[in-house]
Ligand binder design. Sequence first.
Ligand SMILES: *[C@@H]1O[C@H](CO)[C@@H](O)[C@H](O)[C@H]1NC(C)=O
Ligand SMILES: [Mg+2]
Length: 497
Amino acid sequence: CGLMLSVSLTSPLSLLLDLLPPGVCNLLNPAAIYANNEISLGDVEIYGFDYDYTLAQYSNLLHSMIFNTARDILIEQFKYPEGLGKYDYIPGFAIRGLHYDVQKSLLMKIDAFHYVQLGTAYRGLKPVPDEEVIELYGGTQHIPLYQMSDFYGKGPSLKQFMDIFSLPEMTLLSSVIDYFITHGIEFDQVHLYKDISDAIRDVHVKGVMYKWIEKDMEQYILHGDEIYAVLNRLVNHKKKLFLITNSPFSFVDKGMKHMVGKNWRDLFDMVIVQADKPNFFTDRRKPFRKLDDKGSLQWDKINQLEKGKIYKEGNLFDFLRLTGWRGSKVLYFGDHLYSDLADLMLRHGWRTGAIVPELETEIRIINTEQYMHSLTWQQALTGLLERMQMYQDAESKQVLLEWMKERQEIRSLTKNLFNPQFGSIFRTFHNPTYFSRRLVRFSDIYMASISCLLNYDVNFTFYPRRTPLQHEAPLWMDQLCTGCMKTPFLEEMVHIR
Ligand SMILES: *[C@@H]1O[C@H](CO)[C@@H](O)[C@H](O)[C@H]1NC(C)=O
Ligand SMILES: [Mg+2]
């Protein structure tokens, strides 16, 4: 009978509601912890933490400060054009996990199969048409990551922006390129990339950023009380705690005093600062050094790691030898998938927890009616296309074309709900992003903030949802509600991030 169905498809709302499976749990809790791998907290005896963006979460205000300062360094020290001063930070321009092709000046989102998501390639502040992107890569959207980038996204020609500090960096890069393009100024792509990363690095390394934060903790550090509650509860349940951070002691000390109180060090068995992660995890060369209570360096050789002392540098091999804290009784939390988590997961067998602050806003978007409707309709259209594609008479072909067009429109609309330029950090249209695949590979659990731990018993076991593989029938109904508001304790705890 061809595709007479199309008539009823023009007013989709009632149909949409029919399409939603009965009893589907559609309200996810942004404060839930999500599991990639089964893990029982009862087995974890030792909790380790990164500091920046793991224990200390910073407000977005920091991004514009970093942007402005790096922009001014470019103008004043690198002698870039004064006209750059007109560019301000654009909140929400970039998202984490994007790749940057240095030679082509392209900032783009890449999926788990190394394809660029069409519509998400930007040069400067403007999108690059899909046809041009495809032509730039020799007639394909596939990016040869293995040739152009290394495992940690630091290869010579393609970089991946993985930390939260890189949001201002990507925005500055795009702004400067925009300036050069709109003024018709020729520039060397390699120098430009290097100058901008150097300017951004100076903001961290020269300590400017530390000073802003130290001066106004109230304004920059989020959820301090909850961090105190998490750490205190773990210690009360006889867990051992340690901290491994790349930041200097005086900065961490001030932040922890602000969040936890002046006796914060009593909660920790070990504090390691300026650790130089990820080299800390892979390289045996640097021995531990001890700091005294005022943060001054001591010269003595370290044969044991004592509770309450502060150590600097060091390496994981010595750490494991001196503490004996091996394997799956250790759970380490960090926000950087490569610098914090990858080596621990792949080489050392610690359990890992990823802090992904973006989860909070992304889940709030997933919970909107608009998202739910767009996605359901998009999937319904996809199913129709799959089943009806064999009808090849002229009239049916026309209908199929219209469906394809509509599906494309809905896919863009759904993407734009997250971010108008780059969409969600977790998905391209239907695939997981490159970032997502790394997240699943390198973390046992992930959550918006450490304080989500407060929502769970100290002996809680996280069971990952069994998502059907492509050849499997979705036969089981048992775990539809991971992270769902209908779970009683999660509903009560929604205020805790
Ligand atoms: C967690 O499990 C351990 C070992 O089974 C038990 O001793 C402890 O009381 C439990 N803690 C809580 C809070 O249930
Ligand atoms: Mg960090």
